[in-house]
Design a protein around this ligand. Structure first.
Ligand code: TYD
Ligand code: MG
Length: 464
């Protein structure tokens, strides 16, 4: 019998290659190709058998939308789009050790008060999960727990008796189907296992939550190969060394994708942070140079964060750029605009930019705050006290309006800020707020707020 042709599957993106290579041509990952047998049979065409006629229906019709299962942990429910949808599949991805098992055990315990919940751990023994439950003070919750990794056994068990409300599989990389030769954690196993579980969830109408580790090494299939199979993808992120954890929706068939949930890892599990601005600004040191408070929006919620910049003379050679929590390309753009449109040339310096607290900002509205932090860092002059900044900067140096001005200002006012540097109103009605609103029309207007002469050429302060 002819040996089936070898196929090499990228464990990062799932692309199939006929030959092994050190680097996946599709996604560029190194060392990620693994030989997998079995899998898809070569296409044969439809053959002679007759298909069944499918019924076509209109866009509207009877059939009530199943009510969502509200977990009762607000930060989780909001990111999931208002609760779990019965029959849907949700993937929670994140680095090992970030707190996925902790979060989902807390979610499971909460939901168990309203319906049957099953937690299947493929990574930890029953006693380990019980220990965590005691630590989280949820050991009394009626969660049904098992340690298992065989998808055949899991499907057989879940297919009997009363249908659960939610099933947690922790993690999908430990699950395996005995019909495949490849090892657990390979793309083939992860995909097929997920497919079986998702099919069961749809049939029995429970919410399926899959935990997936993000891996860098490429030896174990990352959650990316699952993203198109599930309805919702949430990533759990955080900086190691910071206690904040951010749950972010990157795909959601049943809700918005720009929401974040903020948690704090305590010694008794994850605590919800309902006022993230206060938390992100907690360590702020008054009026120092190189810092600007950005009035941002994360989904429906305003969040204030401090943007910190450091501008230092560069050693000969290529100047260093290090950006944490923001886009490096966008930083280059702001530097170019400041130089070309406002005459502030920082390009030859080493530049470090940091979003304090471990948050990652994606809004272009942060441009003006980044520019303010940069200028302040290079002049050594702090921004006016109690000031928030927001606005997008265009390539010609103009400051452009951003959405939800009123909400940003309200949040700033609530936290004791007194002034906002913001895009010009250009005929729009000013927001109703106590904050004094300073309109910044261009990058040059922003620079004019600072004394941009080098410190050595400034006149010494008057002395009497
Ligand atoms: P865990 O949920 O096991 O992470 P993951 O499932 O994503 O791999 O959480 C691991 C970390 O969280 C671990 O370093 C210990 C810490 N932790 C706390 O700080 N407090 C707690 O109450 C718990 C349960 C864990
Ligand atoms: Mg875990």
């Amino acid at each position: 019998m002819a040996r089936p042709a070898a196929r090499f599957v990228c464990q990062q993106c799932g692309a199939v290659h006929p030959k092994w290579a050190g680097r996946c041509e599709d996604c560029g990952a190194w060392n990620s190709l693994v030989e997998e047998s079995g899998g898809e049979a070569p296409p044969k065409g439809l053959g002679p058998g007759k298909g069944r006629r499918i019924e076509l229906v209109g866009l509207s019709g009877p059939g009530e939308e199943a009510p969502r299962r509200v977990v009762g942990i607000g930060e989780f429910d909001r990111v999931a789009g208002g609760g779990l949808v019965p029959g849907s599949a949700l993937l929670v991805g994140g680095d090992p050790g970030i707190g996925k098992s902790t979060l989902l055990l807390q979610v499971a315990a909460r939901l168990a008060a309203t319906g049957p919940v099953i937690y299947i751990s493929g990574e930890e023994a029953v006693e380990q999960v019980r220990m965590r439950a005691r630590r989280l003070d949820v050991a009394a919750a009626p969660v049904a727990l098992a340690a298992a990794t065989s998808v055949r056994d899991i499907v057989a068990s879940l297919d009997q008796g009363e249908a659960p409300a939610m099933v947690v599989i922790d993690s999908i990389q430990t699950m395996y189907l005995d019909t495949l030769d490849s090892a657990p954690g390979t793309v083939a196993q992860v995909r097929s296992s997920a497919q079986e579980l998702i099919r069961l969830a749809k049939r029995r109408g429970f919410a399926l939550v899959l935990v997936g580790h993000v891996t860098k090494e490429g030896t174990i299939a990352g959650p990316r190969v699952l993203e198109h199979m599930v309805d919702t993808v949430l990533y759990f992120e955080g900086e190691r060394g910071h206690q904040f954890r951010i749950l972010r929706a990157v795909k959601n068939r049943f809700g918005p994708t720009d929401e974040i949930g903020v948690f704090e890892m305590t010694d008794r599990g994850l605590a919800e942070v309902t006022n993230p601005s206060a938390l992100f600004l907690a360590d702020r040191q008054g009026d120092v140079s190189g810092a600007a408070v950005f009035a941002g929006m994360e989904g429906t919620r305003p969040v204030l964060v401090e943007i910190q910049a450091l501008v230092a003379p560069s050693a000969p050679g290529t100047p260093r750029r290090a950006v944490v929590g923001w886009d490096g390309g966008r930083l280059s753009m702001i530097l170019a605009v400041l130089e070309a449109r406002a005459g502030v040339a920082l390009g030859a310096n080493d530049i470090y930019l940091n979003v304090a607290g471990g948050l990652r900002i994606q809004e272009p509205a942060a441009d003006l705050a980044v520019a303010a932090a940069l200028i302040s860092a290079s002049t050594g002059e702090a921004l006016p006290a109690a000031t928030v900044v927001f606005g997008e900067i265009g390539l010609s140096g103009e400051v452009r309006a951003v959405s939800q001005t009123e909400q940003r200002l309200k949040e700033a006012s609530k936290l004791g800020f007194e002034r906002a540097l913001m895009p010009p109103l250009r005929g729009r009605r000013p927001a109703r707020t106590e904050l004094s609103q300073t309109e910044i029309g261009t990058a040059a207007d922003l620079v004019a707020l600072f004394d941009t002469r080098p410190a050595s050429r400034r006149s010494p302060p008057d002395r009497q």
